[in-house]
Design a binder for this molecule. Structure first.
Ligand SMILES: *[C@@H]1O[C@H](CO)[C@@H](O)[C@H](O)[C@H]1NC(C)=O
Ligand SMILES: *[C@@H]1O[C@H](CO)[C@@H](O)[C@H](O)[C@H]1NC(C)=O
Ligand SMILES: *[C@@H]1O[C@H](CO)[C@@H](O)[C@H](O)[C@H]1NC(C)=O
Ligand SMILES: *[C@@H]1O[C@H](CO)[C@@H](O)[C@H](O)[C@H]1NC(C)=O
Ligand SMILES: *[C@@H]1O[C@H](CO)[C@@H](O)[C@H](O)[C@H]1NC(C)=O
Ligand SMILES: *[C@@H]1O[C@H](CO)[C@@H](O)[C@H](O)[C@H]1NC(C)=O
Length: 407
């Protein structure tokens, strides 16, 4: 009656549990989808190094228009910078579901699809849209909008479809787009404060310039930088407290809103945890915690929980997001329920300082501060339930397996 040696029984059991665990996360993985088709290996490689793969994986409804290695060779022969390649490839990621069937049955025969290039905020005019048109003889044409109405590429085949989550299709060639291929200014030539000013964070940008904190941000532009800027409304309300800080405190507060690494939205959404900032300096931790909950990303200091409300720019190596609250470091502001252990840095007396000491500035309890705790608990409860569910299933499975193998 010996059907399987004991070792293979256990390995079958672990295999099943592994399978089960992989079903427990229902997200798709574009890298492994494309890995099954060697003809897309170059396309796949560039999705990874441009961080677009993570961006695709976190979207729930997405269509990837892949081109084969020959198509990618044409693109690479243009010798674009990696930022240019990223823009071109983001034009091939449609923010809607287009399976083979839907492509051939487009209402009125033509549609404009928004792409991830549009979502980066760096696509001028309507250049971030792709025109999809049903042509004669069952063909489907694709062209970048703003390309003189030319539909350069056609649908080749469906590669992978999970309706209505992800569709991977092959198109005949890369969509030419002068806008996507335009040389992107090297990040260090970029005027960060001018960019923020244009996109609703003028107050924060002006303070960066006035305080001298701007230089620290600029110095980090090339190596990777993420900025969380409070919007103008938020900054306006905060101004009385800001004015109370010493010159040194002001620089620390502003620098606390920058992180010296590039964090795309996808990375923020998949990595919870502590983050050091541009204000971090030896004993002065000046860190905060990133915590995501589905589509929402929050930044928690000991005093306040802010939420990311928008993306101004997300292009490696620079990401700039808007937030709905000023991040208050405990090094400068006392936590309301328990006094902060770390005192504010002792500043030299400086003429600009409007108040004698930063540490005197015990801000009133922020109404939003307690918000974080229920959310925490909720997350823990959910995690526990999910874990128990899996474990419970695994126990049942092992019993069933044991019975099946012993019969
Ligand atoms: C996706 O799959 C690739 C290769 O199969 C793997 O290296 C990568 O870690 C996976 N990504 C995620 C987010 O699971
Ligand atoms: C299709 O065409 C009709 C008539 O021209 C128009 O009323 C309708 O809005 C179009 N539908 C879409 C989805 O463009
Ligand atoms: C797409 O391009 C075709 C061909 O230039 C044009 O006739 C059609 O109106 C365009 N579709 C949309 C939705 O703009
Ligand atoms: C599609 O995505 C949703 C949300 O992530 C998930 O619940 C569902 O199981 C997915 N469908 C398939 C067929 O994977
Ligand atoms: C950035 O732009 C602002 C005006 O928008 C200007 O005052 C400042 O000098 C510029 N900075 C650099 C480094 O060019
Ligand atoms: C600023 O500091 C002064 C003196 O320490 C204090 O009276 C005032 O309440 C503070 N204002 C704010 C908005 O924190």
């Amino acid at each position: 009656m010996q059907l399987f040696p004991a070792t293979s029984r256990t390995s079958i059991f672990y295999l099943l549990v592994l399978l089960l665990l992989s079903y427990a996360t229902d997200a798709h993985n574009i890298t492994s989808i494309l890995a099954k088709n060697p003809e897309f290996s170059t396309f796949n490689h560039y999705l990874t190094i441009t961080h677009l793969a993570g961006e695709i994986n976190r979207r729930q409804t997405i269509t990837v228009c892949a081109v084969d290695n020959a198509g990618m060779a044409d693109l690479l022969s243009k010798h674009l910078s990696i930022f240019g390649i990223k823009n071109v490839l983001s034009l091939h990621i449609l923010l809607d579901y287009f399976g083979a069937k839907k492509l051939h049955q487009i209402t009125n025969g033509t549609a404009l699809a928004a792409t991830m290039f549009q979502a980066t905020g760096s696509a001028p005019g309507s250049s971030g849209f792709v025109n999809i048109t049903d042509l004669k003889g069952g063909k489907v044409g694709f062209g970048a909008e703003n390309n003189g109405g030319k539909l350069d590429a056609t649908f080749v085949k469906s590669v992978h479809e999970i309706p209505y989550n992800i569709s991977v299709i092959q198109i005949s060639k890369i969509l030419p787009s002068a806008e996507a291929e335009a040389p992107t200014p090297g990040p260090s030539q970029l005027n960060l404060t001018a960019l923020m000013s244009k996109k609703g964070c003028k107050n924060f940008a002006d303070l960066l310039s006035a305080s001298g904190a701007e230089k620290t941000f600029d110095d980090n532009l090339d190596g990777g930088l993420t900025v969380f800027c409070p919007t103008d409304e938020v900054m306006k309300i905060f101004m009385p407290k800001y004015k109370n800080l010493t010159a040194e405190g002001k620089v620390a507060l502003l620098s606390y809103h920058g992180v010296p690494v590039y964090q795309s939205m996808a990375m923020l959404k998949s990595n919870n945890g502590l983050m050091n900032t541009l204000a971090t300096d030896g004993a002065n931790k000046y860190d905060f915690t990133v915590q995501n909950d589905g589509e929402e990303v929050t930044l928690k200091t000991k005093i306040v929980t802010a939420k990311i409300t928008g993306t101004i720019l997300d292009e490696q190596p620079l990401a700039v997001y808007t937030i709905n609250k000023v991040l208050l470091p405990m090094e400068l502001f006392k936590a309301s329920p328990t006094p902060a252990p770390a005192p504010a840095p002792e500043p030299e007396p400086e003429p600009e300082a409007d108040s004698p000491k930063a540490e005197k500035n015990s801000s009133p309890p922020d109404p939003s501060a307690p918000e974080g705790e229920p959310a925490d608990q909720e997350a823990d409860v959910n995690g526990g339930v999910r874990f128990n569910g899996v474990r419970c299933f695994a126990v049942v499975l092992s019993m069933w397996l044991g019975a099946a193998l012993l019969v």
